[in-house]
Design a protein around this ligand. Structure first.
Ligand SMILES: Cc1cc2nc3c(=O)[nH]c(=O)nc-3n(C[C@H](O)[C@H](O)[C@H](O)COP(=O)(O)OP(=O)(O)OC[C@H]3O[C@@H](n4cnc5c(N)ncnc54)[C@H](O)[C@@H]3O)c2cc1C
Length: 388
């Protein structure tokens, strides 16, 4: 392992590897990325639903989506490695007049920024997602270029391209300390030795607060468990009749229940309103009953399905459910790319580039002010409304 680097990145999920790739594209290759697990992408990145959408509520998040989706569409040509991306569309099912009016405003903003999103009738939504029950739905927000992508392909693609450019990736290596002298970072201590460096990127996902603490910085990012289930439909069910034949994602905005097709199976999940912050990733099978209760109202075929797999992963929650991106402020050389709640995977291509641009000493072409850490202490929050 190198004993000195221009940049050390802590965390080998989609954020760390995207930042490494974009640093290398800017010519910064004396970089070491350290990951404490034996493989990359084993944290939240491996456990996520793969959802990718333009349908956000702030101009900055929509800009991240536009850039990220463009890169995902030509990932193999640009990055040099394949990743799966099914652009079969994404539906938000809306069942209150308030949510319809908010999504109308969001769609107007998305369209001003060049995104072809539309408000559909419940009947149109049902036609796009066969098997979907739209009882109680007033309207649906839809964008055809949204979809489902492959977190592992994206992360390993970025990692391999960065390595090919000279970035070192060290697995099985945990950051255990960050040395700060006269308010500046000077080194990272790891389980495999010390790396002298002036710059550290905290890309530790739900563990970001403990990594920031190594440098004496308080970072308000908390882990929050979320479940995912996979069900095999009954033998009599037919894709395209009882459930969609495509990978279209449908989200019931009022309950956060969502599903999409996964191979021959149905992939579904929902947030638990009673969940409290913590690192426990044990599957709470009791919770499945509450999910199924909602699920049956939206995708009746699940009544006869068998749940074959389940897992839980951790959202990294900031106080306003919006990301924290940029310099930490109090300590020179510490950069943050944290707190993405349930939408980090899809923004990783863009935010990795924006952070790399800042580290290279250039101005980012998206105003990152609303993602600054100090918004939390000043109480100036910038919530993202479309958090699932
Ligand atoms: C159930 C679920 C569903 C989701 N669905 C979606 C979705 O549909 N679409 C979407 O865009 N996003 C989704 N997300 C969110 C998305 O997964 C995350 O925002 C994203 O993966 C965060 O990536 P990351 O690289 O920051 O974190 P991670 O992937 O967790 O990577 C952080 C890495 O840091 C390492 N690490 C931590 N501490 C140290 C240390 N001290 N030293 C060395 N390494 C360390 C960890 O081992 C880990 O590998 C979902 C998340 C969950 C849990």
């Amino acid at each position: 392992m190198r004993s000195a680097a221009d940049v050390v990145i802590i965390g080998g999920g989609c954020m760390g590897t995207s930042t490494a790739y974009h640093l290398s594209r800017l010519g910064i290759t004396n970089v070491v990325l350290i990951e404490r697990e034996r493989q990359l992408a084993t944290g939240s990145t491996r456990r996520n639903a793969g959802g990718v959408r333009h349908q956000f509520s702030t101009p900055e998040n929509i800009a991240f989506s536009i850039e990220s989706i463009r890169l995902m569409e030509r990932f193999e040509d640009e990055v040099g490695y394949p990743m799966d991306f099914h652009q079969d569309g994404y539906l938000f099912l809306l069942s209150t007049p308030e949510s319809v009016s908010t999504f109308k405003e969001n769609i107007a903003l998305q369209r001003r920024l060049g995104v072809e999103a539309d408000l559909l009738t419940p009947a149109d939504a049902a036609r796009l997602a066969p098997g979907l029950n739209v009882d109680g739905v007033i309207a649906a927000s839809y964008c055809a270029r949204d979809g489902i992508a492959d977190p592992n392909g994206l992360t390993t693609g970025f990692a391999r391209a960065a390595q090919a450019a000279g970035v070192e990736i060290e697995r099985d290596t945990e950051a255990t300390g960050i040395t700060v002298e006269a308010n500046r970072i000077t080194a990272v201590a790891t389980t495999r030795g010390t790396i002298a460096t002036p710059i550290v990127v905290n890309a530790a996902g739900p563990h970001a607060a403990s990594v920031a603490k190594l440098a004496g910085v308080e970072l308000p990012v908390e882990p929050l468990r979320r479940h995912i289930f996979i069900a095999q439909p009954p033998g009599s069910a037919v894709a395209g009749v009882d459930f969609p034949a495509t990978h279209i994602m449908a989200i019931d905005f009022a309950t956060s229940f969502y599903f999409h097709r996964e191979g021959a199976n149905i992939f579904f999940g929902m947030g638990d309103p009673d969940e409290v912050p913590g690192f426990d990733m044990t599957v709470q099978w009791d919770f499945l009953d509450s999910v199924v209760e909602v699920a049956l109202t939206r995708l009746p075929v699940l009544a006869e399905g068998t749940v074959s797999h389940a897992w839980a992963g951790l959202y990294a929650m900031s106080p306003d459910a919006n990301a924290i991106i940029g310099p930490a402020g109090q300590v020179d050389g510490l950069y943050l790319i944290n707190g993405f709640s349930g939408h980090g995977f899809q923004h990783a291509p863009a935010v990795g580039r924006h952070l790399a641009t800042l580290i290279a000493g250039h101005r980012s072409d998206v105003d990152l002010g609303s993602f600054a850490l100090d918004r939390v202490s000043t109480g100036e929050t910038h919530p993202e409304a479309n958090v699932v």
